[in-house]
Each structure stands twice: as structure tokens, then as C-alpha cells.
Design a protein around this ligand. Structure first.
Ligand code: URA
Length: 214
């Protein structure tokens, strides 16, 4: 199932405008904060699809039954840009476990690259609900490799892909190679340029959040 959050008007549009804007996006702190805020809004939407259990809570005046999340959640972020979303997700699922996967583009020439995974740090993922974060879903190839790497740590009950800007190409690709996953994206952009950057997109999300790399 694909969820595109900006299909419905909300304050999310303000955050998206700022991360895209060449006039605002170079403020690193503000950029990271906006990515975190978008991740929080996304988690609220995701939370509507989770499993719940009823627990009683003692108030000063009595006992109130309350439905709380029953899923065992693992927040998994693809390094480095996924880190910008990670704390936003943890703000909502504060008891969640954490997983980190590295994916990088190894360029063969100016326009062609392979994606490599070289590092994964994760708890057991058996039977858990994985929230897999990568803010830019350009081709879907990093996401596919990260997803496959997760299975070295057990079989999750559910994998939820969380992105901020995705292309239709990547969404179609992921739906084929990761057929049981749900995909949440804040926006869906039309195209990729020859360097596989999303257009209109926002530029290099990792650089904007954490500074330019060599
Ligand atoms: N990664 C980014 O940071 N931006 C893109 O447009 C595509 C991949």
C-alpha cells in the first residue's frame, strides 16, 4: 500500500516547502528540524495502521482503559541521510529498538553507480515491525539492498518504508521487489536527472542535513 501524505492539505506542506527552498534549506539546524517534524507527522499516520492492546492506567480519580501500540517496533535508518529522520521517529515510538544500515553509491563513471551495503547494526528483527527510513527514494536500489540485509537478523512481521521525497519509478520498483511492504512518502516527484537526483526534489539530503562530503 502506498501513502502519499501531501495528497491531503496539512501543515506538512510548510515543512516540505522549507526543505525544498534554496533560500531556507542551507540552514542545517532548520533543515534537520524540518526533516524530523515530517518524520513525526508520518509516524502519526503510520500509528493508525499498527496493532493495539488495551491497558489500564491509574489516574488520581480512577482507572482508565487505554489502547496502546502492541507492535514491537524497530526504527531502521539507512546511513547517512536516514539519520535525519531517525530521532523524529523515536519521538513517537520512544520504546523502539534501533537498527542502522549503510548504503553508498559507488560511481563507475559520472552517471552510473552501484549501491553497496557494508554495515548493519541491528537487534533481532524476528516478528517485529520495522520502520525503514531513507528520506530520498530516487531509484529504490539502496532501499532494496537495505531491506534484504535486514533478513540476516530475522524475519520481520511487517516492514514500513518511510521516505520524504520519492519518485514514481522508485515506488513502482519497490512495490515489485518488496511486495509486502507499505510505503509512506511525504511527496511523490515526477523524475530523475542524469545523476539520479530527484527533480524537483531538494538536492542532496545527506549534505543538507550533515554538511557536504568530499
Ligand atoms: N539522494 C539525495 O539526497 N537526493 C536525491 O535527489 C536522490 C538521492
Amino acid at each position: 500500500m502506498l501513502y502519499v501524505l501531501d495528497k491531503q492539505n496539512s501543515v506538512l506542506g510548510n515543512f516540505i516547502k522549507e526543505i525544498r527552498s534554496v533560500e531556507v534549506q542551507n540552514d542545517l539546524l532548520r533543515f534537520r528540524k524540518n526533516i524530523e517534524r515530517i518524520a513525526q507527522v508520518m509516524c502519526y499516520e503510520i500509528s493508525k495502521t499498527l496493532n493495539y492492546k488495551t491497558e489500564s492506567v491509574k489516574t488520581p480519580l480512577g482507572v482508565a482503559p487505554t489502547n496502546v501500540v502492541a507492535d514491537k517496533i524497530v526504527v531502521a535508518s539507512i546511513l547517512r541521510a536516514g539519520l535525519a529522520m531517525h530521532n523524529g521517529v523515536l519521538d513517537y515510538f520512544d520504546g523502539a529498538e534501533n537498527c542502522f544500515v549503510s548504503a553508498y553509491r559507488k560511481y563507475i563513471d559520472e552517471n552510473n553507480f552501484d549501491v553497496h551495503i557494508e554495515y548493519i547494526a541491528a537487534p533481532s528483527l524476528e516478528g517485529k515491525t520495522i520502520i525503514l527510513c531513507d528520506p530520498m527514494l530516487a531509484t529504490g536500489s539502496s532501499m532494496e539492498l537495505a531491506y534484504k540485509a535486514l533478513f540476516s537478523h530475522g524475519s520481520p512481521a511487517r516492514v514500513i518504508v518511510c521516505s520524504i521525497v520519492s519518485t514514481e519509478y522508485a515506488v513502482d520498483y519497490i512495490s515489485k521487489v518488496m511486495p509486502n511492504c507499505d510505503i509512506y512518502t511525504a511527496v511523490l516527484d515526477p523524475e530523475l536527472n542524469s545523476h539520479k537526483y530527484i527533480v524537483p526534489g531538494l538536492g542532496d539530503c545527506g549534505d543538507l542535513a550533515f554538511g557536504e562530503k568530499l
